[in-house]
Design a protein around this ligand. Structure first.
Ligand SMILES: Cc1cc2nc3c(=O)[nH]c(=O)nc-3n(C[C@H](O)[C@H](O)[C@H](O)COP(=O)(O)OP(=O)(O)OC[C@H]3O[C@@H](n4cnc5c(N)ncnc54)[C@H](O)[C@@H]3O)c2cc1C
Length: 382
């Protein structure tokens, strides 16, 4: 029997608070948000009031100054409840860290306290219609003009894109260079020329406001540059391991819940004079899922510990993301099968989890790109 040891009593107390919040403020509204294609602003404000946002941001900038594990409690509780709509963790643990690590004092003071309160929603935009894996070849430009940058281009598939108030934009400040021409720029959503396109209709993650974004002569003060000009690609590569670890943590929590739902269902559902759980096929499949999820959990917790010590590298993070995303998809397919026709009905959480999970093999770097990262290290090739 495997028992988790990485969380302290304080983390568990926080977990109970988050769980209550998810039960009362998220789950009753999630089906409506799926129809709307976005989570309500009210939910963001309540999440801020209840300390669910920007836990890791220093207290001086409105956060809790807590460790990564507190943030991951929020991730695990949302994922375990099947609530994929709220982009809280992207906002808190992907966007906010860029400001914390690379932002000027003025940028931190201007944005982080309002992000922690849920008044400002953050997003990050790398992917473009012409390609997402090949980040070095992005086409969006930010050309210096006096004290400003003038931005032109387009982004696609941006999580929190529909609701966002603040965007971290990856763009070329020197289009003649490859990776070394990329910079990150803070773009407030109310800047003239910045337009949000339609909310994209996705296979899963239906309550998430994933959107296209357009930039037509968007004039931004040069002081909105995040960090050093030309270091955007390096900054992205520095932050991606945490993002990929977070995806592994989410996948593991989803599968733990899905296994519970499937065990409950197969014990209750009757066929041929017994329960579905009585069939050897059911026990064998659930034995395999149980084994896979324990392996996922042990490796993911190990990676979390490494990350807490500052020792998680891009290869470990790629392995965690690739293995958990792919194992989740395989196991959810088996779980769904054990629900029979009900497994294919949207009202059943297993159906939504199955559709939501497919995204994990694509976003934040595809399975093929993860293999490239791991394979290059294994073979010692470039
Ligand atoms: C729900 C969702 C949310 C997202 N959120 C965001 C977000 O918030 N911000 C953001 O910037 N992006 C976001 N993305 C974009 C995501 O990161 C990209 O979709 C992903 O990186 C792949 O890029 P692409 O779609 O352009 O595919 P492509 O890069 O065109 O790849 C197409 C296929 O070719 C394969 N391929 C590409 N290069 C190689 C190679 N070198 N070797 C082998 N195979 C290769 C890929 O693995 C894939 O199978 C999101 C995507 C989704 C689906």
């Amino acid at each position: 029997m495997f028992t988790r040891t990485i969380f302290s009593e304080d983390h568990e107390i926080f977990r109970n608070q988050v769980r209550r919040f998810v039960q009362t403020e998220i789950l009753p509204y999630h089906a409506q948000w799926e129809k709307d294609g976005r989570v309500s602003r009210d939910a963001w404000l309540k999440a801020g009031e209840n300390g669910l946002l920007c836990a890791m941001v220093p207290e001086a900038y409105g956060g809790a100054g807590a460790d990564f594990l507190f943030s991951m409690v929020v991730m695990e509780e949302l994922a375990g409840a099947g609530a994929m709509g709220p982009g809280f963790t992207l906002h808190s643990d992907i966007v906010a860290p860029y400001l914390v690590h690379y932002g000027s004092e003025a940028q931190k003071e201007a944005w982080l306290p309002r992000m922690a309160r849920g008044e400002i929603i953050g997003a990050i935009a790398m992917t473009e219609p012409s390609g997402g894996s090949d980040v070095q070849n992005i086409k969006t430009t930010a050309i210096r003009d006096g004290d400003d940058f003038v931005i032109n281009g387009q982004k696609v598939f941006i999580t929190n894109g529909g609701n966002c108030d603040l965007l971290i934009l990856a763009c070329k400040t020197d289009p003649s260079k490859g990776a070394k021409g990329i910079s990150l720029i803070l773009v407030p959503a109310d800047t003239p020329g910045f337009r949000k396109g339609r909310l994209l209709e996705k296979v899963g993650w239906k309550a998430q406001d994933t959107a296209e974004l357009f930039f037509d002569d968007v004039r931004i003060p040069a002081t909105n540059l995040l960090g050093v000009e030309g270091r955007g690609f390096v900054q992205l590569m520095e932050q991606l391991p945490q993002e990929r670890l977070m995806q592994a943590i989410r996948a593991t929590s989803v599968l733990e819940s899905a296994l519970e739902w499937t065990v409950d269902y197969t014990r209750e559902r009757k066929a041929f004079g017994g329960s579905i759980a009585d069939f050897q096929n059911t026990r064998f499949r659930l034995a395999e899922v149980k084994t896979q999820v324990v392996v996922m959990r042990i490796f993911t917790d190990h990676c979390m510990q490494m990350h807490m010590k500052g020792e998680l590298d891009s290869v470990d993070a790629a392995m965690a993301k690739m293995f958990t995303a792919e194992t989740l998809c395989e196991c959810l397919d088996d779980c769904l099968q054990l629900f029979g026709g009900y497994g294919y009905m949207w009202e059943y959480p297993i159906a939504r989890a199955w559709a939501d999970a497919r995204m994990g093999r694509i976003a934040g770097g595809t399975g093929e790109i993860m293999r490239e990262i791991i394979g290059r290290q294994v073979t010692g090739t470039r």
